[in-house]
Design a protein around this ligand. Structure first.
Ligand code: MN
Length: 256
């Protein structure tokens, strides 16, 4: 079992090493992650410039590389053969913050797994629901144990083609985790606000600021079960067709 581990927070992120080390018991692990933080970068494919890889030293037991591309570029590089390994599974994370609801379209953690899905490989994205404004070093021990358990099930059962798993893990010790629930994608409410400022030459520039997003704790959703203390496992697919709207739009007379 050849396992590729990547993330969107960059090669030096502690969640990446914790995840890679948790995967070592399940197969041969190779890390290929971006050299810098690509959080909230969405699904990116770099076609307008070359990409480079460099071998890096993370810990003694990990084979690791960094690239100047995005998280999804890292997956594409590895799956297209840049490392001369044929991978069976792609694991992304552990992101320090939850990826729920609409976050999945922004998330580099999740879009790295989507890239694997396009290449028809099973993939899982892991994120930690850490407390807001957490200061200091996050503890990834629980997330690593949860990730190992879920990935071992993915190895046993496989995943339906075109499906990836988006996993969010409550923050705390393992005995505080209430269990595992399979969920649907929930809803985020973003509270973005424009912050207009002026540079020293009097020209305006903008920050997208505002308060952090909140989640709607609806039953059976990612955020709903996460807020109750469960690990949330959401199967995702890249077919975004709104099937409920299909019939409605078909009624439009587009010939008049
Ligand atoms: Mn991130």
């Amino acid at each position: 079992m050849q396992i590729l581990v990547t993330n969107d927070d960059g090669i030096l992120a502690p969640g990446l090493t914790a995840l890679a080390q948790a995967m070592v018991k399940l197969g041969e692990v190779t890390v290929l992650a971006p050299e810098k933080n690509w959080s909230i970068s969405g699904h990116v494919k770099t076609l307008h410039k070359p990409l480079r890889l460099q071998k890096v030293s993370l810990t003694n037991d990990l084979l690791a590389y960094a690239s100047d591309g995005s998280p999804s570029d890292c997956v594409a590089l590895a799956l297209l053969g840049a490392l001369e390994t044929k991978f069976d599974l792609v694991i992304s994370g552990v992101n320090p913050n939850a990826n729920i609801g609409h976050d999945v379209t922004y998330s580099g953690t999740v879009t790295a797994a989507m890239e694997a899905c396009i290449a028809r490989l099973p993939a899982v994205a892991f994120s930690l629901n850490s407390p807001e404004n957490f200061q200091g070093e996050l503890n990834y021990e629980t997330a690593a144990l949860v990730a190992r358990r879920i990935v071992s099930k993915v190895i046993d059962h496989g995943l339906p083609e075109g499906v990836l798993l988006n996993v969010n893990i409550p923050y705390g010790s393992l005995d505080q985790v209430k269990g595992y629930k399979v969920t649907r994608q929930g809803l985020r409410i973003y509270r973005d606000a424009l912050d207009k400022r002026y540079d020293p030459r009097g020209k305006p520039y903008y920050w997208i600021g505002g308060k952090p997003p909140i989640g709607v704790a609806a039953e059976g959703t990612d955020y709903g079960v996460l807020s109750e203390g469960y690990v949330s496992i959401t199967p995702l697919q890249l077919d975004l067709t709104a099937f409920t709207a299909l019939k409605e739009i078909e009624k439009w007379d587009l010939t008049d």
